[in-house]
Write a protein that binds this ligand. Structure first.
Ligand SMILES: [Zn+2]
Length: 175
């Protein structure tokens, strides 16, 4: 395991451990108690595992999943996000950009008068989309169907590419 930020291999792992102890030891957890034979079972809570780099003190992992807002504001403050945060953050912004860009193109190129109501609705949709995305982790916001690491997403992509190839072939034939 290596640090994403400085490349150091001096990584300390912070784990949350559950264990069963004698009820009489409850409330006074000492090294002696931990070493006792009454300690029956240890379980590591994987979701809460945190990694701390001994080289640069960069911390990642843990159960405190960061929202897109946290990631962006810390990035602007000079703190490097994790690779995963960058990956999903990029995909989230690409998705939002496509949505807005496609709407903007429609409004600017279609020779169509839109009512105030429709314009307000489009503006509200865009605002709600950004607001919703900023308040969630980008991975959660994308969901399984749009997460390239999920098979459902790759299957959908495969079908879409096939359709695209067919269309391109048709266009080529007609030229
Ligand atoms: Zn480091």
């Amino acid at each position: 395991m290596k640090c994403d930020k400085c490349g150091s291999e001096n990584i300390r792992v912070w784990v949350k451990v559950c264990m069963y102890i004698d009820s009489r030891d409850y409330g006074r957890l000492t090294k002696k108690v931990i070493a006792k034979s009454t300690t029956e079972l240890w379980a590591v809570d994987d979701d809460k595992t945190k990694f701390v780099c001994g080289g640069c003190n960069f911390t990642w992992g843990g159960d405190d999943v960061r929202t897109l807002y946290d990631i962006i504001s810390e990035a602007k403050g000079g703190k490097m996000p994790t690779r995963e945060e960058c990956y999903y953050g990029m995909l989230a912004y690409e998705s939002m950009f496509n949505f807005d860009h496609s709407n903007l193109s429609k409004v600017l190129t279609e020779n169509k008068e839109r009512s105030e109501f429709i314009k307000d609705l489009m503006l509200k949709n865009s605002f709600d989309m950004y607001k919703g995305a900023l308040n969630k982790s980008p991975k959660e916001w994308l969901g399984k169907n749009w997460d390239p690491m999920e098979s459902a997403c790759q299957e959908r992509r495969r079908i879409a590419n096939k359709l695209f190839d067919k269309v391109i072939k048709k266009v080529g034939e007609n030229e």
